[in-house]
Design a protein around this ligand. Structure first.
Ligand SMILES: Cc1cc2nc3c(=O)[nH]c(=O)nc-3n(C[C@H](O)[C@H](O)[C@H](O)COP(=O)(O)OP(=O)(O)OC[C@H]3O[C@@H](n4cnc5c(N)ncnc54)[C@H](O)[C@@H]3O)c2cc1C
Ligand code: FES
Length: 207
């Protein structure tokens, strides 16, 4: 079976992905040689809904990979660059900060061990920043581990900031047929991450 990976950036006719080797599928992918052909389907599902004005992107771990293309698109469409908060366990696991800087974003980093940037969780950094915003952002976009998303959505509700989250679930078919990737919706329905998501408004899903 294929493995779900986000589009990191699009450059001409090239797509960039960033992935972490965690198991059999990503191990095999890491062994693919230059010029070797692999079978890919996509893009699948729904991406982030574009919003003009002040936006904040929050990414944890490899989740940050999915937000660079969004930042580039927001810049091209609205000529506005988001603030980006990146969380990682330590400075060696930090990803993508240069890609965001190249786009022109203001990048702030949080590491669990304090080896770079803010010492603590990226949600704690977000909370500190949200408390002192002169005007609240129009949207927070987030991708990362579930505990990070839960806390971020809680904070966004507290500060009354709209939020979209990109969810990661194990996937089978990737096209909405097998129901292998469902999450519970707030109206009691089941939503397929591959087809109805992976990006959802935070009010749509039970995290
Ligand atoms: C929409 C979407 C976008 C993603 N984008 C990226 C990306 O850009 N870069 C990246 O590195 N990873 C991304 N992932 C996660 C990636 O799909 C998994 O790491 C990958 O499928 C693991 O496959 P594997 O065969 O190497 O590992 P497996 O042998 O299948 O699993 C190894 C370990 O990873 C866990 N795992 C596997 N799949 C997932 C998953 N989907 N969510 C959470 N934990 C999982 C397993 O529980 C196990 O602990 C994304 C997932 C989704 C759903
Ligand atoms: S992976 Fe089959 S329905 Fe989502």
């Amino acid at each position: 079976m294929r493995r779900p990976l986000s589009i990191h950036l699009v450059k001409g006719s090239h797509l960039e992905i960033i992935y972490k080797v965690v198991g059999r599928g990503t191990e095999k992918l890491a062994q693919v040689k230059v010029q070797e052909k692999i079978d890919v389907i996509g893009p699948l599902g729904h991406g982030y809904a574009l919003t003009a004005g002040k936006t904040i992107l929050v990414g944890g771990g490899t989740g940050i990979a999915s937000l660079a293309f969004l930042a580039a698109t927001l810049k091209n469409k609205y000529n506005q660059v988001p603030i980006v908060l990146i969380g990682a366990r330590n400075k060696d696991e930090l990803l993508c900060s240069e890609a965001f800087e190249k786009i022109g974003c203001t990048v702030k980093v949080a590491t669990d061990d304090g080896s770079q940037g803010f010492h603590g969780l990226v949600t704690e950094l977000f909370r500190e920043m949200a408390a002192i915003f002169s005007t609240h952002p129009n949207m927070v976009y987030a991708c990362g581990p579930l505990p990070m998303l839960r806390e971020l959505v809680r904070l966004c509700r507290h500060f009354r900031i709209p939020c979209e989250v990109s969810l990661e679930e194990h996937m089978g078919c990737g096209v909405g047929a097998c129901m292998g990737c469902v999450v519970k919706g707030t109206k009691g329905e089941y939503l397929r991450v591959c087809k109805d998501g992976p990006v959802f408004n935070a009010n749509e899903v039970v995290l």
